[in-house]
Design a protein around this ligand. Structure first.
Ligand code: NAD
Length: 267
């Protein structure tokens, strides 16, 4: 392990942004703990093989550990962190990319839907931060905790009320936890992606087409035309920022939420 940068645990890594982050952190030299829902085992195994194949071609000895679980259940998160520690020797970086979208007119949202969005996006972030932090505090060598908010966590958008509220909460949690853990050398930051081309974003587009009656081209162009760069983002655009936040160079940055959205929401 001395030749690597340590161990990074990435949740929601079976697809989309989490997958790109896992690949990027492996190429940065981290051993990888790979977490997603048990139903995504096949995709996570494929990712693990891809990491081993590409890293051994590059001459680096990157190890992976697959640890499946639902981030909305605390005991499952505890088990995920425990098995990554057992298999890879610790956790130095946590990236919680697991999340669900929810696009629906506000007045039609049920209590169950509200609870599920908060259970995954907000409580899931809380559990992942908590159990990674406990481990990092025990290790005593600092660490990097990174959450995924959204531009909908910076300002509200129509049809995204519950999602938006759950992602605002991620920012609040990040700020408070950063204030508590800073003296231990643990930084806590969040990235806020705009419209990134992933399965989750494609689901949102379909839902928006259903609710508004607009066709796919119009829904996509409404979203890209509202950005300065005028195009969709790629998962690797988010992974690049996460890579920096996971690195030693970011040591003086904590409690922040960084927008990566092609210029849609300006702070
Ligand atoms: P995605 O749906 O493509 O991937 C999310 C992954 O999380 C999936 O593999 C899924 O199985 C996993 N997951 C879902 N619920 C889980 C749970 N309870 N426990 C463990 N794993 C779970 O989504 P994505 O677009 O890659 O989004 C990743 C993160 O980025 C999410 O938090 C999302 O809210 C956020 N985000 C995405 C966009 C975008 O445009 N794609 C924009 C802003 C924020």
């Amino acid at each position: 392990m001395s030749a690597t940068k340590g161990v990074a645990l990435v949740t929601g890594c079976a697809q989309g942004i989490g997958r790109a982050i896992a690949l990027r952190l492996a190429s940065d030299g981290f051993h990888l703990g790979l977490c997603d829902l048990p139903a995504k085992r096949e995709a996570v195994e494929e990712l693990s093989l891809e990491i081993s194949r590409t890293r051994s071609h590059a001459g680096s000895d990157i190890r992976t550990c697959i640890s499946l679980g639902d981030v909305s259940a605390e005991h499952e998160v505890q088990n995920v962190v425990g098995s990554v520690v057992e298999s890879l020797g610790g956790v130095n970086v946590l990236v919680n990319s697991a999340g669900i979208a929810h696009d629906k007119p506000f007045h039609e949202i049920t209590e169950q839907e509200f609870d599920r969005v908060f259970a995954v996006n907000t409580k899931g972030t809380f559990f992942c931060y908590k159990h990674a932090a406990q481990r990092m505090l025990k290790q005593g060598s600092g660490g990097r905790i990174i959450g995924i908010s959204s531009i909908a966590g910076k300002r509200g958008f129509a049809l995204a009320s519950t999602y938006s509220a759950s992602k605002f909460a991620v920012r609040g949690l990040t700020q408070s936890v950063a204030a508590e853990l800073g003296s231990h050398g643990i930084t806590v930051n969040t990235v806020a992606p705009g419209t990134i081309d992933t399965p989750l974003m494609r689901e949102s587009i379909e839902e928006s087409m259903r609710v508004t009656g607009n066709d796919e081209g119009l829904v996509k162009s409404l979203s890209t035309h509202s950005s300065a760069l005028g195009c969709l983002g790629k998962p690797s655009d988010v992974a690049g920022l996460v890579s920096y936040l996971a690195s030693a160079e970011s040591r003086f940055i904590t409690g922040q939420t960084f927008v990566v959205d092609g210029g849609t929401v300006f702070d």
